[in-house]
Ligand binder design. Structure first.
Ligand code: ZN
Ligand code: ZN
Length: 106
């Protein structure tokens, strides 16, 4: 049974994406009806559809913790932004050195 999981680790909301009565597929909600966090219907680690027990928080395919992988993929974006700030400091230091090197030539 395919299912979607709330990305909030504080929230236990899950939804099965197939109607038990008539077997029709149910669209994944964009946000959790309980806490408004993003819903996860694909494993953030391997991209496989979440299938099986809807209360399982481990991907049935790659065995990764789905919400942990989701949190890592979100914080990974932030880490990349922090890395951009580091070379900027190096550029500033380099330009100061360039200015100082130019002074005796004037
Ligand atoms: Zn939730
Ligand atoms: Zn997976």
């Amino acid at each position: 049974m395919p299912y979607a999981l709330c990305s909030n680790s504080e929230c236990d909301f899950t939804i099965e994406l197939q109607d038990k009565v008539n077997g029709r597929p149910i669209a994944t909600p964009q946000e959790c009806p309980s806490c408004k966090s993003q819903m996860i219907s694909l494993c953030p680690n391997c991209g496989f559809l979440l299938i099986g027990n809807s209360h399982a928080h481990i991907c049935g395919f790659c065995k990764a913790d789905i919400r942990l992988s989701f949190a890592n993929s979100q914080s990974g974006t932030r880490t990349a932004g922090d890395c951009i700030l580091v070379p900027t400091d190096f550029v500033d230091g380099g330009s100061h050195r360039l200015v100082r090197d130019r002074l005796p030539k004037k």
